[in-house]
Design a protein. Structure first.
Length: 253
């Protein structure tokens, strides 16, 4: 029997679907609801944006501090999630409309080796230094969205040297790798904070590419910790979420 004849029989009521009840090869779509290939479990956590959840008490304290304070200093070893959590909270604030833009800044300091005069325009020369910030953003947003937001001015990524003289209002500011900033640079950066803004300063005082007496992060954190409206969160080896060997190495190096 042709498909057209079967359709006509079903439409006219002469088609008895019960004749296929015992045939395992025939499956009918459910008629009670619209069919969808997605599972009907509304409690699933899968989504385009990953759900941010702290993996240690230190990370929990950092998230709570960002929610409660306008200025947060996050000090801890590599791999403890300082930059990732800060940028994740920045994207969250931007999408919720709490701020109008995200400003990410990082010192352009080589990690122990001179890269010389890189070719290209100024943006091309600075790209290797700012690449970790792009990586963290692309984990929260698609690169297409990141590029569009940068063109619109909703996301700005700039080295520390370009921050002097600015007032950052209605912004979420993240200062990454602050251990490579001098005390004078940190003082300049911290005073950029404007109205309705949040600033998170992240860094590891134990991995500075500057001479120990030049890095100003530890000294600034010790002085600001006494202020009631400033949160200083000190992460430890137990907060590291990279390969377990990283925590072991940092414990002996």
């Amino acid at each position: 029997m042709t498909k057209r004849a079967l359709k006509r029989m079903a439409r006219e009521g002469a088609f008895d679907e019960r004749q296929f009840d015992d045939d395992a090869k025939v499956r009918r779509l459910p008629t009670a609801r619209g069919w969808t290939p997605m599972p009907q479990n509304d409690d699933r956590e899968q989504g385009y944006l990953k759900t941010i959840r702290p993996r240690s008490p230190g990370q929990q304290a950092l998230i709570e501090a960002i929610d409660m304070r306008s200025l947060v200093l996050a000090l801890g070893p590599a791999g403890s999630g300082k930059t990732y959590l800060a940028i994740a909270k920045a994207v969250e604030a931007l999408e919720a409309g709490k701020v109008g833009r995200i400003v990410l800044s990082r010192p352009a300091v080589e990690a122990g080796e001179s890269l010389g005069y890189l070719p290209g325009e100024l943006e091309d020369k600075l790209a290797p230094y700012l690449r970790p910030l792009y990586d963290a953003l692309s984990d929260r947003l698609s690169m297409k969205s990141v590029r569009a937001l940068i063109v619109e001015g909703a996301i700005e990524i700039a080295p520390v040297g370009f921050m002097r003289g600015r007032t950052l209002n209605n912004a979420f500011v993240v200062i990454d790798e602050a251990q490579n900033c001098t005390y004078v640079q940190l003082k300049m950066l911290l005073t950029r904070l404007g109205w309705n803004s949040t600033m998170v300063v992240t860094g590891d005082p134990g991995q500075s590419d500057l001479l120990p007496e030049l890095s100003g992060l530890a000294r600034a954190a010790d002085r600001l910790e006494a202020l009631p409206n400033v949160a200083v969160v000190r992460l430890s080896d137990r907060d590291i979420v990279r390969h377990p060997l990283v925590a072991d190495m940092l414990g002996v190096l």
